[in-house]
Design a protein around this ligand. Structure first.
Ligand code: 4AD
Ligand code: MG
Length: 478
């Protein structure tokens, strides 16, 4: 294969009057002369100028939207508007034809809903090219952040016996013949005969295993897929999503919140540095989209400003109890505009309440702490008031909850007592309890929903558009 230069490198090199070979996919072909070529390295297309008078008409016909081509020629300063350089082609080769009658992506604006149905091709649009380059950068930035701080990347199992969140939303894993499930004498499913000899599921969180790692390695993080069989058809939920879960020995809740705030700011800054052009493109995309809305429904800050604002301001920290007081007195609560009215202490916050706090009241990211123990998981450290636990949720504008975490209950008696109260079988979690028996120590951690982070940084409105192939109820296409 001939040496090929990626378009991004070529545009950044600032060179002209050199011979180059570029390869990519045709976005458009105008006047039998101008090819807009994109190879995914950048949103910018490279213009290839074809000497059509000296090119075989049969070849010209095969330069169609979607076709893969190789073009060799001279890189020259462009005469046209909108680009700095062109390639004056001396040789064009079609590497893969694309029938223009059948190719679903036309050079026009398609709706995001339509593109979701052709997710195998949507990478080839400007919007999805930008989203997936930003996603890639964020993923790299997360590793960089933790690696720079001496955290150990720990691979927790995907198949597990535990339902870490105790929410009963796990997908079962079995290799039983479902038409012939073995039963015990008493008629229950006989998991002893199943592949693992017990009932197993896809992990909902790597936290419990992560805690085991932290009890030896001090600071660990996981970054992997997690699965939830919750039937939520929302723009914020997926059945398969990626989560980052750091777990730190000798951290309390404040250390935990500090780390989460640092992480979020670090990765957003990283993406702004590395993917400026993509984020600028996504910012303009949103501005154009909002032009169709009435003035009062448009965002006060554009995407770039919103990201910068998030970097420049400290997140607001307050307790659940303080938040409830604010919500109780809020206009939408008094005017009964909330779907779920806040009547008293103890109820879980709905996304409308979270968004009110972040978008209307504080107008910045919020870290809410010390929730009622009844609405949080068994492993959270119990506060001295006997009512709350050392939990924290981080709420982001336009997103709601982006991080959930806590200080962990390291006191064996308190942990066992809580498990008994909620009905979590202690024998199944013997290994988890062992860490409290042998050198247990104060520790804390959190989970950052990766797609919610990508949603925030790209300004997209639906979580199904920031993961290549989304899984949600009644959909596992591709
Ligand atoms: O709040 P969650 O359920 O917390 C845990 O799983 C803890 N074990 C984390 C920990 O302390 N190590 O989930 C953590 C984050 C949420 O804040 C949200 O960003 C994301 O994961 N998340 C989802 N993202 C997409 N689709 C879903 N169905 C999600 N459920 C949670
Ligand atoms: Mg949560």
């Amino acid at each position: 294969m001939s040496q090929r230069t990626k378009i991004k490198a070529l545009l950044e090199s600032g060179k002209t009057d050199i011979d180059v070979t570029v390869k990519g996919w045709v976005r458009t072909f105008r006047n039998n002369q101008f090819i807009a070529l994109n190879d995914g390295s950048t949103n910018s297309n490279l213009q290839i100028v074809v000497d059509f008078e000296n090119t075989d008409p049969a070849l010209l016909k095969r330069i169609t939207t979607g076709a893969a081509i190789s073009a060799t020629g001279r890189l020259v300063a462009s005469l046209g508007k909108g680009q700095s350089v062109d390639v004056k082609a001396t040789h064009i080769e079609i590497l893969g034809d694309s029938d223009p009658e059948k190719y679903p992506l036309q050079p026009k604006k398609h709706s995001l809903e339509f593109l979701r149905e052709i997710a195998h091709l949507r990478f080839r649009t400007n919007t999805f090219g930008a989203i997936f380059r930003v996603r890639n950068t964020l993923s790299y930035a997360i590793h960089t952040f933790f690696q720079e701080r001496g955290f150990v990347y720990l691979h927790t199992p995907v198949i597990t016996q535990s339902d870490a969140e105790g929410a009963g939303e796990a997908f079962h894993v079995t290799n039983f013949d479902l038409a012939n499930v073995p039963r015990t004498d008493t008629g229950e499913v006989d998991y002893k005969q199943d592949f693992f000899g017990k009932s197993t599921n896809l992990t909902v969180s790597g936290q419990l295993e992560g805690e085991l790692g932290a009890m030896a390695l001090s600071d660990i993080y996981t970054f992997g897929p997690t699965f939830r069989a919750e039937n939520s058809n929302t723009t914020r939920h997926l059945a398969e999503f990626w989560m980052i879960e750091p777990e730190m020995a000798f951290y309390d809740l404040k250390d935990n919140a500090d780390l989460a705030e640092d992480l979020l700011k670090y990765v957003i800054r990283y993406a702004l540095d590395k993917n400026k052009a993509d984020i600028e493109f996504l910012t303009q995309r949103l501005i154009d989209e909002e032009k169709q809305k009435p003035q009062q429904d448009r965002s006060e800050l554009n995407l770039l400003e919103k990201l910068q604002f998030c970097l420049d301001n400290e997140f607001k920290r307050l307790t659940y109890t303080e938040a409830i007081d604010i919500l109780k007195e809020s206009t939408p609560n008094k005017k009964k505009k909330f779907q779920y009215l806040i009547e008293g202490w103890g109820t879980d916050l709905q996304s409308e309440h979270e968004r009110y706090l972040v978008e209307k009241h504080f107008k910045k990211p919020v870290i809410l702490t010390d929730y009622p123990k009844e609405i949080k998981s068994f492993y959270m450290r119990q506060n001295d008031d006997g009512k709350t636990v050392a939990a924290m949720d981080i709420l982001f504008p336009g997103i709601g909850e982006i991080v959930g975490g806590s200080q962990r209950e390291e006191r064996l008696d308190k942990l066992e007592q809580r498990m008994d109260e909620i009905g979590i079988p202690k024998d199944e979690l013997w290994w988890y309890l062992d860490t409290r028996r042998f050198g247990g120590c104060p520790h804390a951690g959190f989970g950052l929903g990766f797609e919610r982070l990508v949603l925030f940084v790209t300004g997209m409105g639906n979580i199904r558009d920031v993961i290549p192939f989304p899984r949600f109820p009644k959909n596992a296409e591709f």
